[in-house]
Design a protein around this ligand. Structure first.
Ligand code: PEP
Length: 254
């Protein structure tokens, strides 16, 4: 049984004091929910303050990115080694990093390897553009992203995949539950060829893209969907709590 994971990606939102306030608003309600894993990924600058708040909590902490070297002359970068004492998870290969910061799947591959080496669980994001979706290339694009991003990775325990169609991120235009489910089934089949059936079967695959309190049920009800990566809606305390509660009541397990 794959325990569902609901992950909040706050992107470049919240100052450190706003991040602390937002966590304080959500935490009592999130802590009362069992049966799903809940993860908050605030900006780097708020990780330390948020980690203090989460110390006695079942809510976990993640980073939104990491570099692939451990240390050195890489101005402005943060390494998995630095994060490993603070965070359990790290989001890698988010479409905003791929499109706005030129991250190729080859770079993402180095990052995934470095994260695993430092004991972090990577949340590897894949997803097709609108043009590729319209052109019927979803399967080939997502398969290539998976193969390149996971190249040479044989030990992938703890790996999480987030399927995020680019056209649905921050647009209010979510995929349908059945659409997302069939692509995620395809992703699991590809994973099986890369890391073996057993690991693929145990790997959680999330849907991300305009998930909110009104549509989470449609996704979490699907057999292949193991949770959600939530952007905009995770910045609203009551809405994020509702998403987590619904996920737990539909698919929670211990
Ligand atoms: C995301 O940040 O990964 C995301 C899916 O954003 P949103 O929920 O706002 O579409």
């Amino acid at each position: 049984m794959r325990k569902p994971l609901i992950a909040a990606n706050w992107k470049m939102n919240t100052t450190p004091s706003e991040a602390v306030d937002l966590v304080k608003q959500m935490l009592p309600a999130l802590d009362a929910v069992s049966g799903v894993e809940t993860l908050i990924c605030p900006p780097f600058i708020s990780l330390v303050a948020v980690s203090e708040l989460l110390r006695q909590s079942r809510v976990m902490l993640g980073a939104q990115n990491a570099y692939y070297e451990e240390k050195g002359a890489f101005t402005g970068e943060v390494s998995p080694l630095m994060l490993s004492g603070l965070c359990r998870y790290v989001i890698l290969g988010h479409s905003e990093r791929r499109s706005l910061f030129g991250e190729s799947s080859q770079v993402v591959n180095k990052k995934v390897k470095a994260a695993i080496k430092s004991g972090l669980k990577p949340i590897l994001c894949v997803g097709e553009s609108l043009t590729d979706n319209d052109g019927g290339r979803t399967e080939s694009v997502v398969t290539a992203q998976l193969k390149e991003s996971l190249d040479g990775i044989l030990e992938a325990v703890g790996l999480v995949i987030a399927y995020e169609p680019v056209w649905s991120i921050g647009t209010g235009r979510a995929a349908s539950g059945t659409q997302a489910n069939s692509t995620i089934k395809m992703i699991r089949d590809v994973l099986a060829t890369l890391i073996g059936w057993q690991t693929a079967d145990a790997t959680r695959i999330l849907y991300g893209g305009s998930v909110n309190a009104a549509n989470i049920a449609e996704f979490i009800e699907q057999p292949e969907i193991d949770g959600a990566l939530v952007g905009g809606a995770s910045l609203k305390a009551a809405e994020f709590v509702s998403i987590v509660k619904q996920a737990a009541s539909i698919k929670g397990c211990n």
